[in-house]
Design a protein around this ligand. Structure first.
Ligand code: GDP
Ligand code: MG
Length: 439
């Protein structure tokens, strides 16, 4: 998916503004990339539609190119598609929380039982695993071994006892021992079948679980989303756990489950080790799919630092030589804010590399400047000429801000230098003049 999307951006480099025409081909690339990732067609259609609507009309904003902004739009839609926020596990208000795991054979249910216990133990919760897969003695042994591995007790009975009965007894045991979370393993089948669904319904009725999580294999792509939908209709589930994400390079399951089934992915498994289970973060997943973290953070920061309107207004002021101390403060603060992200600065054309010590220096001098500007009258802020002309005013500002007269003079000079520099930067030929300070 990542490489498929890359083609989309490259085609837009050099465009000044995104139009229906010039995004047509990149949108086809995005569409193709999603379909190849095994995202279902209706989801792809809605996605491309949403992105196109936002993209048309996007132009250059403060050095952020339109193609970079498109990356951001696609990212935000991907995050939205996957549910936006992390969907946390829910715990019972009183008594043990019961988590029932369901899913087809071989998807990783038994492994998830142990991984989840390991994960919850780290959150300070005590767990009990319940061996509800009674069809093969090997399944019970597997859970026992894994339980031992993570240091969590396993409740088991014979293969002749009904799973719903074992689950009920397991829950009683947990209540007695004041265990926080009971995780119930169940038997899967190769395909959906009636007896499996009936069994799950019985277990569910017996223990009234807080979470019913369907474990699905990420490598099955949009099939995973279809399964979540079916299980939800049949037994009612609260979410999904996506396993084997480590072997899935396409991302189709992660992208489709929420949109198709309406149920969130709560956790993901990324390997066979016990620590390879983590919450599902839609934003991180989107970032990973796009593989363009640098562009994303650059666009985000630039957007955050200054909105387009602000930039235009500032530009007008500079052109008309009205750039005053209020703008000076705004601009300097914006640059200082940018400075705290030195990595990003390197990406801004014309800014070059900034070292951490330069940033600290800039932040320090910003504080000094702020303290002087703070004690200026509104009139002085708007008409810096007043300060250039009057030593008395500069003296007052120095004493009120606790700075030296020399520092005040420096600040005033800096403002006029900035006017000139910015005018030059904008390519205005006549430039401006720096007034000599009256003594
Ligand atoms: P169950 O039949 O649903 O209980 O599946 P199991 O828990 O027995 O797992 C089946 C196989 O998948 C085992 O060999 C696991 O080690 C493997 N497995 C489970 N989760 C993951 C995962 O996240 N990544 C990888 N690579 N393998 C996994
Ligand atoms: Mg199993």
């Amino acid at each position: 998916l990542t490489s498929g999307l890359e083609a989309a951006w490259t085609k837009l480099k050099g465009e000044d503004v995104l139009t229906k025409e010039n995004i047509a081909e990149p949108m086809r690339d995005i569409r193709r990339a999603l379909l190849e990732a095994d995202v279902s067609l209706p989801v792809v259609r809605r996605f491309v539609q949403a992105v196109s609507e936002q993209a048309v009309g996007v132009g250059l904003i403060r050095g952020v190119r339109p193609d970079q902004q498109l990356v951001k739009i696609v990212n935000d839609e991907l995050v939205k598609l996957m549910g936006g926020e992390v969907s946390d596990l829910v715990f019972a208000k009183s008594g043990p929380t019961v988590i029932l795991l369901a899913g087809l054979q071989g998807v990783g249910k038994t492994t998830v039982c142990a991984k989840l216990a390991f994960y919850l133990k780290k959150l300070g919760k005590s767990c009990l695993l319940v061996a509800g897969d009674v069809y093969r003695p090997a399944a019970i042994d597997q859970l026992s071994i894994l339980g031992e591995q993570v240091g969590v007790p396993v409740y088991k009975e014979g293969t002749d006892v009904k799973p719903s009965q074992i689950a009920r007894n397991g829950l009683e045991e947990a209540k007695k021992k004041k265990i926080d979370v009971v995780i119930v393993d169940t038997a899967g089948r190769l395909q959906i079948d009636k007896s499996m669904m009936e069994e799950l319904k019985e277990v569910k009725k017996a223990v009234n679980p807080t979470e019913v999580l369907l474990v699905v294999d990420a490598m099955t792509g949009q099939e995973a989303a279809a399964l979540v939908t079916t299980f939800n209709i049949e037994i009612g589930i609260t979410g999904a756990i996506l396993t084997k994400l480590d072997g899935d390079s396409r991302g189709g399951a992660a992208l489709s489950v929420r949109e198709v089934s309406g149920k969130p992915i709560k956790l993901v498994g990324r390997g066979e080790r016990m620590e390879d289970l983590e919450p599902f973060y839609p934003d991180r997943m989107a970032g990973r799919i796009l593989g363009m973290g640098d562009v994303l953070s650059f666009v985000e920061k630039a957007q955050e630092v200054m909105k387009q309107e602000d930039a235009e207004e500032l530009q007008k002021k500079i052109m008309s030589a009205k750039f005053d101390f209020n703008d000076f403060l705004k601009q300097t603060r914006a640059v200082a804010k940018m400075g705290s992200m030195s990595r990003v600065i390197g990406m801004i054309p014309g800014m070059g590399k900034v070292t951490p010590s330069q940033i600290r220096e800039a932040e320090k001098s910003l504080k000094i400047m702020e303290s002087m500007i703070n004690v200026m009258t509104d009139e002085e802020r708007e008409k810096p000429e007043l300060l250039a002309e009057s030593p008395t005013r500069r003296k007052r500002i120095a004493s009120e801000s606790g700075k030296t007269e020399q520092q005040v003079s420096q600040l005033v000079a800096q403002l006029f230098q900035m006017r000139v520099r910015m005018k030059n930067l904008l390519g205005v030929m006549e430039g401006g003049s720096i007034p000599a300070l009256n003594n």
